[in-house]
Design a protein around this ligand. Structure first.
Ligand SMILES: [Zn+2]
Length: 320
């Protein structure tokens, strides 16, 4: 297993929280309050618990933090305040197309996890994880596509307003275009302060997969002046995904590895989340999606060299 640690000395000074073994605990912002039954085809609302459970089997030094839930006022930095109130009080439909009180109750926590992870990434200067989904189709005053509020833009707008960042990057490698993200950027006139990139049709087919992977370092250069990256590591571009269809499991792993290595080189801290993924296994579970999210965590760890991978997992990866 070839673990690449790009700037060991730099990380030494940055990570006072390293353990005695030299490993940096990996900050994960998770609370059971993030989980809801959305009564929908999309597993997104239930995914935080499943992803976290799966990651715990990898034997990595995860360090769990409780996210700070958002207030209605905090959502208002990126959304129409009336839209926020109507959704939180179940008068308007959420991104799953229903008025589920359970989904409404989880929203401050999922979106709060993204903001909390971003704050931690700015602090530790490497990165942090928000194991949640359902952001990028939510616009200034609309929900849709399993997305209710846009945790990416709430996070970016909050950090910009507080002066914690002067420019925030949003790298969206979900299968689908982040129309809600772009809507908020346009409505709030944040085009200079937020760099948003999500591939449209320039890649999106198996024959273009390797070209896509080769293009990532160049794509990352567009973010060179950002203080922070918010990365949507979507699992739905997988070739077997019913809503996706062009990258293999290994190519998705390589995508994430190249992203994290590039951000490390550019010295841009990253807060990443799960985004879409809609495959089911024969038992009705989402094991194929969880395998992809496991690989994202492994790629994150390998890129920064924060921790050694358990031998069994490393061998599986080398055999793959
Ligand atoms: Zn998607």
């Amino acid at each position: 297993m070839n673990i690449t640690a790009y700037s060991t000395n730099k990380q030494e000074t940055r990570c006072p929280a390293r353990t005695a073994a030299g490993e940096m605990p990996i900050p994960v912002f998770y609370s059971p309050a993030m989980v809801a039954n959305s009564e929908s085809f999309s597993p997104s609302a239930g995914k935080p618990a499943l992803a976290v459970e799966s990651w715990q089997f990898l034997g990595l030094p995860l360090e769990f933090h409780t996210p700070q839930p958002l207030s209605a006022e905090q959502f208002g930095v990126a959304h129409d305040p009336d839209f926020v109130t109507d959704v939180l009080s179940c008068r308007s439909a959420n991104g799953f197309g229903n008025k589920s009180p359970a989904v409404a109750a989880a929203l401050p926590w999922t979106n709060g996890a993204m903001l909390s992870a971003a704050r931690e990434a700015l602090k530790n200067k490497i990165g942090a994880i928000a194991p949640c989904s359902g952001f990028h189709h939510a616009g200034y005053d609309f929900a849709g596509g399993y997305c209710t509020f846009n945790g990416l833009m709430v996070t970016a707008a909050a950090l910009l307003a507080e002066g914690k960042a002067s420019k925030v990057g949003i790298l969206d490698f979900d299968q689908h275009w982040g129309n809600g993200t772009q809507d908020i950027i346009d409505r709030l006139n944040l085009g200079k302060e937020v760099m948003h990139y999500s591939p449209k049709s320039e890649f999106s087919r198996p024959a273009r997969a390797e070209a896509f992977l080769a293009a990532i370092p160049k794509i990352l250069e567009r973010f060179a002046d950002c203080d922070l990256m918010l990365y949507q590591a979507g699992a739905d571009p997988h070739i077997d995904d019913p809503l996706g269809g062009w990258l293999s499991t290994d190519q998705l792993y390589r995508r994430d590895r190249v992203v994290f290595e590039g951000l490390s080189r550019l010295d841009i801290p990253v807060a990443w989340n799960l985004a879409g993924g809609y495959q089911f296994d024969e038992a009705g579970g989402i094991r194929p999606v969880l395998d992809i999210h496991d690989n994202t965590l492994v790629a994150f760890v390998e890129a920064y060299g924060h921790a050694s991978l358990p031998g069994e997992y490393a061998q599986r990866r080398e055999a793959a």
